[in-house]
Design a protein around this ligand. Structure first.
Ligand code: ZN
Length: 148
């Protein structure tokens, strides 16, 4: 998956490991990086979730390794697509992403209905949070340089 860097070259989306407070390793953080000018930026749509994750770690700085993809639906979809793309360099990222997004949202909506039929509020809240991570995200927002 690519987007254009401000320097004019193509940025590549990759999953990076972020070290926090020298002790905590956060795996699978989606980051755009430019091989030409070496600038990089966290995928906008997940930036807030990463901030929240870091804030939640502030009180427990023990050594640990966390997968961001396990905490974030969008990162998980991208993680799977990156693995797929590795075996198929000509893959059409944009349509794969849209397809996976739609599948995942439909699955979560089904889960939500099921959890509601059981009256399981904790589960409903969890599914709702996951849906929020995907809502408002379009593949278009990945491929353009708009900053908000
Ligand atoms: Zn650049």
């Amino acid at each position: 998956m690519h987007k254009q860097c401000l320097c004019g070259k193509t940025m590549v989306l990759e999953l990076r490991k972020v070290i926090y407070a020298r002790k905590v390793e956060i795996l699978h953080v989606p980051v755009f990086s430019c091989p030409s000018c070496c600038s990089s930026e966290v995928l906008q749509h997940v930036a807030n979730d990463i901030k929240e994750l870091l804030q939640s770690l502030r009180d427990q700085p023990s050594s640990q390794r966390i997968s961001f993809a396990r905490n974030n639906e969008l990162a998980e979809i991208i993680r799977k697509l990156v693995i797929e793309e590795a075996g198929n360099p000509n893959a059409d990222w944009q349509s794969s992403l849209e397809e996976q997004l739609e599948l995942r949202i439909n699955l979560l909506l089904d889960l939500y209905r099921y959890a509601r039929s059981l009256g399981d509020e904790d589960w409903m809240n969890d599914v709702e949070k996951r849906l929020t991570q995907l809502s408002g995200f379009t593949s278009k927002s990945v491929f353009t340089n708009t900053k908000n």
